[in-house]
Write a protein of this length. Structure first.
Length: 73
C-alpha cells in the first residue's frame, strides 16, 4: 500500500509540473518573444517549419544546472 501512495504523489507532482510548464509556454507564446539566432525557420507555400536548436540547447543547459543543484541536496 505505501507504494501506491508514493506513486500517487509522483503522478500528482508530475501533473502539476506539466500544468505549470504548459502555462509558461502559453505565456511565452503570447508575449511573442523573439526566436534565438540559432533557431532554424523554413517557410514555403504557406507552411512554416521551426527547428529551435539554440532554444533547445539553452533550455537543456539551464535544466541540467537546476537538476544538478537539486540532486546535491
Amino acid at each position: 500500500m505505501p507504494e501506491l501512495v508514493a506513486l500517487g504523489r509522483l503522478l500528482l507532482i508530475g501533473g502539476i509540473a506539466l500544468a505549470l510548464l504548459g502555462g509558461l509556454l502559453l505565456l511565452v507564446g503570447r508575449l511573442g518573444l523573439p526566436r534565438l539566432p540559432g533557431d532554424l525557420v523554413f517557410q514555403r507555400d504557406g507552411v512554416v517549419i521551426w527547428i529551435p536548436l539554440a532554444t533547445s540547447l539553452i533550455l537543456s543547459l539551464v535544466l541540467t544546472l537546476v537538476l544538478n543543484l537539486l540532486a546535491r541536496r
